[in-house]
Design a protein around this ligand. Structure first.
Ligand SMILES: *Cc1c(COP(=O)(O)O)cnc(C)c1O
Length: 467
């Protein structure tokens, strides 16, 4: 039996430290020193991967890998119990055409890939809180997508209340219904302000030690390592299907904004998934591709695009990616510690494994249209970024020299979540899945909130007293 994976902070990564157990890293979210958690060492899941049957179902795979990663924390049957509860939906691999396959990650309750991470997190947190008889309040700010995944995943979860802050009048009508129509232990705080106000209020609440302790505040956002772990499983799932049927050389393409999804792919690779490279697809927010090309990391204000869940000017997972690569170099070169690795060495290591391609709004529209016309399939704007980048990639001499002839694009959301854009481009509307139509008839129930910490605390108090 291998040791359970433990985690270090990106701000304090002395490898002689024993590291933090998984559940502590999950409950803390962000390390107290402000850093992000990454694995102190990588167990090998190669044996588990090679032993997967051809038609393995996702729960089966997820349980085996969870146990493989945290064998001392969860027995195999406990891991099954968690995964069974969390994953009431599964990824699906579809062939779009000869060159492109889509890994559909939108069959969950909010119809976006964030459901995988949020559901797993909800199950883990509930298990832990019930075991110790405590409660917590999840506080999260959303510009749309994260909030609905969190709302669905934590709905009616024991010992947890959720307060979601969203900017009034700035999320789509469907998104608003997904946030305000859930009810029970999910409270939608409609903030008279912007998304930045929402984020600032959440940050201030966490920094206010007294408030944070009084309501036992916890976060469910994408910096939480507990969300990335299950995302690494769907890369394994797709690989397992393809290794049984396909002799082509293929690569994953991950449409990226905060780079959580890409980091999950990197984790899968370090744990033994036999892939060598990833294609990163970005919209006009080209911070990471720019870094790969030049070695200069220049964060800046985000640019609004049609693929709005990827409008990130300062990707929060970059710090984790960087440290993971620094550690990789340290081990490969046999250096004594991570701090002695040079920036240029990290850059070179990333360049060796990652390709980056950017796609404009004009190209997003064209690609949605092309895929509809040629393949009869609706893709969301984020997936369109991935598909366009993949087509461009397959034409490069690099792809040619390395023998790549196919790309598996992570399809991050259902097209009908963006029906205005799809309608505008194709003149048709994609069929809405039942998870979404369900919300069309829901009544909006929100708690109007001023953009101040004071009012947020008032509302937390209210939630606390009525529950
Ligand atoms: C969040 C999101 C992304 C970006 O994922 P990251 O992990 O932040 O890189 C892409 N597409 C959709 C639909 C999303 O909701």
């Amino acid at each position: 039996m291998q040791e359970s994976t433990r985690f270090l902070s990106t701000r304090d990564y002395d490898v002689r430290r024993s590291g933090v157990p998984f559940i502590d890293a999950v409950l803390e979210g962000l390390s107290s020193d402000g850093g992000l958690y990454f694995p102190k060492s990588y167990v090998s899941l190669q044996e588990e991967l090679m032993a997967l049957p051809e038609n393995v179902d996702f729960i089966d795979l997820a349980a085996k890998m969870t146990h493989g990663l945290f064998s001392e924390d969860f027995t195999l049957s406990q891991a099954y119990e968690f995964c069974h509860k969390a994953f009431t939906f599964s990824p699906a691999l579809t062939e779009l055409n000869q060159d492109i396959l889509l890994l559909e990650l939108f069959h969950g309750p909010s119809c976006a890939f964030k459901d995988f991470g949020a559901s797993f997190l909800a199950v883990l947190m509930e298990h832990h809180l019930m075991k110790y008889g405590t409660t917590c309040t999840i506080l999260t700010a959303t510009s749309g997508d994260t909030g609905s995944a969190v709302a669905q995943a934590f709905h009616n979860v024991n010992n947890i209340n959720v307060a979601i802050l969203y900017p009034s009048g700035r999320v789509s009508p469907l998104q608003e219904k997904q946030l305000t129509g859930v009810g029970d232990n999910i409270f939608a705080l409609e903030v008279r302000g912007t998304f930045d106000d929402c984020q600032r209020m959440v940050k201030e609440a966490f920094e206010h030690t007294e408030v944070a302790r009084m309501y036992n505040l916890s976060s469910a956002n994408s910096i939480n390592i507990g969300r990335l772990i299950p995302q690494s499983f769907y890369y394994m799932y797709a690989w397992n299907i393809l290794r049984h049927k396909n002799n082509n050389r293929w690569m994953f393409c991950t449409p990226s904004g905060n780079f959580g999804n890409l980091t999950a792919g990197l984790l899968a690779m370090r744990w033994g998934l036999p892939v060598l490279h990833f294609l990163i697809a970005c919209n006009a927010n080209d911070i990471v591709p720019h870094y790969l090309n030049t070695g200069h990391y220049v964060p800046r204000q985000s640019i609004p695009t049609l693929a709005n869940a990827m409008d990130v000017g300062h990707p929060s997972n970059y710090e984790r990616m960087y440290t993971m690569y620094a550690k990789h170099v340290q081990e490969k070169l046999g250096l004594s510690d991570i701090a002695s690795v040079q920036e240029a060495q990290v850059h070179q290591a990333m360049q060796g494994e990652l390709q980056g391609i950017c796609v404009s709004d004009e190209q997003i529209k064209e690609e949605i249209h092309t895929v509809y016309r040629e393949d009869g399939y609706f893709i969301c704007p984020h997936t369109a970024v991935g598909v366009k980048a993949s087509k461009d990639f397959l034409k490069t001499s690099w792809a040619n020299t390395h023998g790549y002839s196919q790309v598996v694009v992570l399809s991050t959301a259902h097209a009908s979540k963006f029906s205005e854009i799809i309608q505008d481009v194709t003149g048709k509307s994609p069929q809405m899945p039942h998870q979404l139509t369900h919300f069309l008839h829901k009544k909006k129930v929100s708690i109007p909130t001023d953009p101040t910490l004071e009012d947020l605390v008032d509302k937390l108090h209210y939630i606390h007293t009525i529950q």
